[in-house]
Every structure is written in structure tokens, then in C-alpha cells.
Design a protein around this ligand. Structure first.
Ligand code: NOJ
Length: 540
């Protein structure tokens, strides 16, 4: 069994943020029938699975990451019939559906929490984390990821409940075995529907021990995951990817070592955190150092080789668009987007593409907080205003790092609402005059076709799945190079991570080029690298 390569090792997974992907009924919110309409496009791109951000009923304090019913579909997204049809239609195109599993917390409107809050004797009370206390004095100093205390007082009960996100997202108490059983039952409900796996939201928080001030990587975390594996997806050929902001390579091995029977892989964020000042919040920027980035990737490649599995990603719905962040969203938009994709796709692991990444969508600059939907940015804005920051500085932080950057609607064509909706979009549509799917498909040189090619190469070249990784030294701070080797085959990947020309003295390496897999300029490969030039070649 273990010998055969799992499907998800060769696969590329595409993330859909349903609210912003395709509206089919003119209400300005993307929906499941809209996704079904676009499946042929995704099949053309060549992806193997869709990670669907939450489509469950939700009061949407945190856009679906506050679920009020795990076994239904939110009205704005459609019906359970639509969901079944999506699974079926995707399957016809060899695409699997990966559900977002948000089980560190529920919405405060979930019937469990409603019952828990109403009656301390209800079996649901202990589904959440409560501590006795007085109104002005939370049990301890733990804070929520969206700012403020992690404890909210319920005067009727004289108790606080715990929430690592908004107060509308009470944390579940994983110590309670009945709760765990309910979660596993619910997961099996989805597995029976024929889904392809789960993405597990902030899963490293479920082992929390608030009294000991432990939130991430709690002592029982891995025991819970092993139990979950055994009671749910274990026997099936599903992919599971945990969101783990607190993972080091050692911890990622615990999750993804096949022998331990936990998850397929985790999202780690060490590369993502490199442009923030150490010890500060993500808003406090530091200039990205490409060498540092390369070292972080190298560390993860080497430490998980044969001992786990990497996920490979630049973007998701919580991160600003990578081209605006570490690429160049003006004159080198396409070429820098290709460079980033080439660098990532030749590494070992499973690549993830976030909607719009494949056409090079960029950040959406705002001028006032009224343009912002995201709860995290709004909370930060209010807090920093109180702390005396200048408005313009806070807006600049939101433009650089705010989560809405990636949440503006998908740009399908150059029409008024970019083909996303016929109504008024829930969040403004960016400038789609040049950046849109229709234009990308017409241009054989577009970023879309680079992604299509990379996705295909991952299926054709076993070396990309199995081969070992080594960094290759360069004499230029912005030039990054690595090799992959497998049997007698060796691949060299070289990228120029800047808008300046640079040199990589290929002629002085032991290598000669045997085959060019991909190159983002239409020119010969020589010792001079143009801005953001990138190539991957088979060498001897
Ligand atoms: C991570 C999700 O990706 C993010 O969007 C959400 O706000 C938090 N988890 C809380 O569920």
C-alpha cells in the first residue's frame, strides 16, 4: 500500500474562495452553481482538486469561518443538491472537492453554543471552554488573533468563554469526548458524500490548554489527530492538509509522517512570515531578503524529505497577492508571476494555486476603511487608531498585508463587474481591463499557460515528486538556484528574484543544458539574467 504514490503527491490543488469566484444569480455573492459553470476552465488549467473555503451556513462575521451548521449549505451559496452536483460534475472532470473543516471553533450562533450558553446543565455546555470569573477580570491575559482578550464574559452565567478569534467564534473544547465524536460523525457525513479530503482550519489550536497559557501545539494535539484519522479519513484515499501557523519542520514531521497516521501535510508559514519584523505583528513590515527565503524553503525541503510531505504555496485568502508582495505588479507583472510559479512548482511537495493567481491578479488598494470588509483589518484599524497611529499608516499596512487583497472577485473578463456578477458585488471588483481570464486564454504567452504547463510537468516528471533537493550556490544576492536529482536525472532551477539584471555563470558550472522544461523569456539561456528571469532545465 504505502509503496504506491498517493494521488495528492502529483496533484495540484486549486483554492476557491466561494464568495468571490462566480455569482450565478445576480446577488453579488459567488455560489456553488457559479463554480459548476467554471469547472471546464479549471479542467483546462489541469488541477486535480479544489479546496473550497467554507460554504456552510454562517453569520459571516469572519466570512464563513464561523459556522452555524456543519451539515448544510449557506443560503447565499445554494443548496445541498448544488453541493452534490458540484461533487459529481467535478468528478466527471477528475477533480476532487476538499472541504474546509473549521473545528477549532463554531459560530456563536451554532445551536451547540446557543444551548451551552443557555443552560450549564446541557450536554453542550462542556463543548466549549468556560472559566468562572468576574466581569472586569478575565481568567488570564491570553489574547484573540483579532485583538482584545480571548475571554468574553456571560453575565447570566458568571462565566467567561474562550475564543482565539472573534467573540462570535467560541473555541470548542476538544477535551470533551462527546464533542469529538460529534465532529467525527460530521466528517464521515462528508466523506460519504464522496469528497476528496479536508483542509483543517487552525488545527494546531485544538490541543489548547488555556490555563497553562498554551494555545498552539498543545500536548494532546497529535493524540486527537490520530484519533480523528482512525475514526474518519484513515481508511480512505483522501488528502488532508492542516493549517498550522506554529509548525517547525520537526512539528510538521509529526503531522505528516505516514507511519504516525495523522495528516497528509500541513501549511507552514515560515516563508510567509519573512517580511514581518520578528516578534511583531504581520502589519509591521520588513524588507524581504530572497536569500533568507531560499534558506527557509531549503530547510523545509531537506527536513521533510522522506519524513513527511510539504505543501507549496504563495497565496491564500488570508494573504496579500504574491505578485504585489514579492513580485512586481507593474511592468514585470507577468514575468515575475512566472518566476514565482517556476520557483515553487519544481520543489518537492503539493502545490496550491489560489483563485486568480494563475492570471496574475494583484492587490486592491483602498483609500478608506469604509472599503474594507475583513474583520481582522477593521479590528486592527480601530485598535491602532486608539494607540495613536496615523490613519495613512494604518491604511498603508492594510494595503500591504490586509486579507481583502486576495478576496476581491475573480476577474473573468473585461466587462464592468469582470464577469463575476450581473448585480452589485459584495466586495468591489478590481481593474480587470487587462487582468482577466478571457485575455489570458487568448494570449499563448500568458501566466495561465505557465501554470498549465507546470501542473502538467508535475504529472509527467517523477523527479519532481521523488527527487532529492539541493541548493546550488550563486554569487548574486537576488539569484536563487537549486537542483533536483533522481536516478541519473538532474534538474537545475535558476531564478532572478529582482527587477535588476543579474548574472548566473552557467558556463562556469559543471552543467550543460539538455532540455529546457520552462523559461519565462523568449531568448537563449546564458550567463545574464533579465529582470525576474527564471528557468528550469534538465542538465548533464
Ligand atoms: C484561518 C482561516 O484561513 C482564516 O480566514 C480565519 O479567519 C481563521 N482561520 C479563523 O477560522
Amino acid at each position: 500500500m504505502e509503496e504506491k504514490t498517493n494521488w495528492w503527491k502529483k496533484a495540484t490543488i486549486y483554492q476557491i474562495y466561494p464568495r468571490s469566484f462566480q455569482d450565478s444569480n445576480g446577488d453579488g455573492i459567488g455560489d456553488l452553481p457559479g463554480i459548476i459553470q467554471r469547472l471546464d476552465y479549471l479542467a483546462l488549467l489541469g488541477i486535480d482538486a479544489i479546496w473550497l473555503s467554507p460554504v456552510y451556513p454562517s453569520p459571516n462575521e469572519d466570512n464563513g469561518y464561523d459556522i452555524s451548521d456543519y451539515e448544510a449549505i449557506g443560503e447565499e451559496y445554494g443548496t445541498m443538491e448544488d453541493m452534490d452536483r458540484l461533487i459529481l460534475e467535478a468528478k466527471k472532470r477528475n477533480i476532487k472537492i476538499i472541504m474546509d473543516l473549521v473545528v477549532n471553533h463554531t459560530s456563536s450562533m451554532h445551536p451547540w453554543f446557543q444551548a451551552a450558553k443557555q443552560d450549564v446543565n446541557s450536554k453542550y455546555h462542556d463543548f466549549y471552554v468556560w472559566r468562572k470569573g468576574h466581569a472586569q477580570e478575565p481568567p488570564n491575559a491570553l489574547t484573540s488573533n483579532f485583538g482584545g482578550s480571548a475571554w468574553t464574559f456571560v453575565p447570566e452565567l458568571n462565566k467567561y468563554y474562550f475564543h482565539l478569534h472573534a467573540k462570535e467564534q467560541p473555541d470548542l473544547n476538544w477535551e470533551n469526548p462527546t464533542l469529538r465524536k460529534e465532529i467525527y460523525r460530521m466528517m464521515n457525513y462528508w466523506i460519504q458524500k464522496g469528497i476528496g479530503g479536508f483542509r483543517l482550519d487552525v488545527i494546531d489550536l485544538i490541543g489548547k490548554e488555556p490555563d497553562a497559557l498554551i494555545t498552539k501545539n498543545g500536548p494532546k494535539l497529535h493524540t486527537f489527530l490520530q484519533e480523528m484519522n482512525q475514526h474518519t479519513f484513515g481508511p480512505y484515499d483522501l488528502v488532508t492538509v492542516g493549517e498550522t501557523w506554529g509548525a517547525t519542520p520537526e512539528i510538521a514531521q509529526l503531522y505528516s509522517d505516514v507511519q504516525r497516521k495523522e495528516l497528509s501535510m500541513v501549511f507552514q508559514f515560515e516563508h510567509i512570515n519573512l517580511d514581518k519584523q520578528p516578534g511583531k505583528r504581520k502589519w509591521d513590515l520588513k524588507k524581504l531578503d530572497p536569500q533568507e527565503l531560499h534558506q527557509v524553503f531549503a530547510k523545509w525541503q531537506i527536513e521533510l524529505a522522506n519524513k513527511g510531505w510539504n505543501s507549496l504555496f504563495w497565496n491564500n485568502h488570508d494573504l496579500p497577492r504574491i505578485i504585489s508582495r514579492w513580485g512586481n505588479d507593474r511592468e514585470y507583472r507577468v514575468v515575475s508571476g512566472k518566476m514565482l510559479a517556476i520557483y515553487l512548482f519544481f520543489l518537492q511537495g503539493t502545490p496550491y494555486v489560489y483563485q486568480g493567481e494563475e492570471i496574475g491578479m494583484i492587490n486592491y488598494p483602498i483609500h478608506s476603511i469604509d472599503e474594507v470588509d475583513d474583520i481582522e483589518s477593521r479590528r486592527m484599524y480601530a485598535q491602532r487608531l486608539k494607540e495613536g497611529y496615523a490613519k495613512e499608516d494604518i491604511i498603508a499596512s492594510i494595503n500591504a498585508k490586509g486579507r481583502d487583497n486576495a478576496r476581491h472577485p475573480m476577474q473573468w473578463d473585461a466587462s464592468k463587474q469582470a464577469g463575476f456578477t450581473t448585480g452589485t458585488p459584495w466586495l468591489a471588483v478590481g481593474d480587470a481591463s487587462e487582468i482577466n481570464v478571457e485575455a489570458a486564454l487568448k494570449d499563448s504567452n500568458s501566466l495561465f499557460y505557465t501554470y498549465q504547463k507546470l501542473i502538467k510537468l508535475r504529472k509527467e516528471l517523477p523527479i519532481l515528486i521523488e527527487g532529492s533537493f539541493q541548493t546550488f550556490p550563486t554569487s548574486h544576492a537576488n539569484v536563487l538556484a537549486y537542483t533536483r536529482s533522481y536516478g541519473n536525472t538532474e534538474i537545475l532551477v535558476v531564478v532572478n528574484f529582482s527587477s535588476q539584471e543579474a548574472t548566473f555563470a552557467l558556463s562556469q558550472t559543471p552543467y550543460t543544458i539538455k532540455e529546457v522544461y520552462i523559461h519565462n523569456y523568449d531568448k537563449e539561456i546564458n550567463d545574464t539574467l533579465l529582470p525576474y528571469e527564471a528557468y528550469a532545465v534538465r542538465v548533464k
